[in-house]
Write a protein of this length. Structure first.
Length: 243
């Protein structure tokens, strides 16, 4: 006799399970990312930016693919808004350029030129990128779109947790002070990408969007299992970026 099929958790219960999974994985560590530069010299930061640009940005290119995969009209519309926010509000007459452009601003303030960045982005991805990002690429392209979108609860989604706003306010303030101490010419340009990834505006909407997708689509035990698996693997992928 076949075993009885497990019933799905309610949306609230499932999100609580994900947050319990996060807490157990972190073992008391902060769920928020740091700036990755504290204590480094300008030359060390520039070296890390060269590694970042080598082979191009593998992350934001998926926002368009996610939009194409979504079949729910309301969620598709919100994914389009996220695509514009991260791909460049300037494309529709807004004030903020794309996240990759903001990353260039930061790199330029660390001494990299546009020509150097262009050359780095044309190089092949390092082998370690394939090892680290291969599963992530497959998730975005091959899994059901609710599972792919739900994975955002790990990074962006952490910004809806208690203490996130205070953490990022301090992070931005500390970065401003530190960049000034390094003699960075345009501190505002150097911190703009960090600000855009803080839960002060659009990124808070993105964080809540991830939760909304889970609440709307995690309706079966099977899809919840897939979402939890993606959640755990994404936490493992992002572990090196934690504070």
């Amino acid at each position: 006799m076949a075993s009885q099929q497990r019933e799905a958790l309610s949306p609230g219960e499932f999100i609580e399970l994900l947050e319990q999974t996060r807490a157990e994985f972190l073992e008391g560590k902060s769920p928020y990312r740091g700036d990755g530069i504290s204590g480094k010299s300008k030359e060390e930061i520039a070296a890390s930016k060269r590694r970042f640009h080598t082979g191009g940005d593998p992350n934001h290119r998926f926002e368009g693919e996610r939009y194409l995969h979504v079949t729910d009209k309301a969620i598709r519309r919100k994914q389009l808004r996220k695509l514009v926010d991260e791909g460049g509000q300037t494309t529709v007459g807004g004030p903020m350029p794309s996240h990759p452009v903001l990353a260039r601003w930061h790199s330029q303030e660390m001494g990299l030129s546009d020509a150097e960045i262009d050359a780095l982005e044309k190089e092949d991805q390092p082998a370690e990128t394939l090892v680290k990002e291969g599963w992530w690429f497959d998730l975005q392209r091959s899994n059901p779109w609710p599972v792919a979108l739900s994975s955002a609860l790990v990074g962006e989604g952490s910004k809806r947790l208690p203490g996130a706003v205070e953490h990022y306010e301090k992070l931005v303030a500390d970065a401003r002070e530190y960049y000034a101490s390094l003699g960075i010419e345009n501190v505002d340009r150097a911190v703009q990408l960090l600000i855009e990834h803080a839960p002060f505006g659009a990124d808070m909407e993105h964080a809540m969007f991830g939760e909304e997708v889970v609440r709307e689509t995690a309706t079966t035990a099977e899809i919840q299992d897939e979402m939890r698996r993606a959640f755990i693997l994404t936490m493992q992928r992002n572990a090196r970026d934690r504070v």
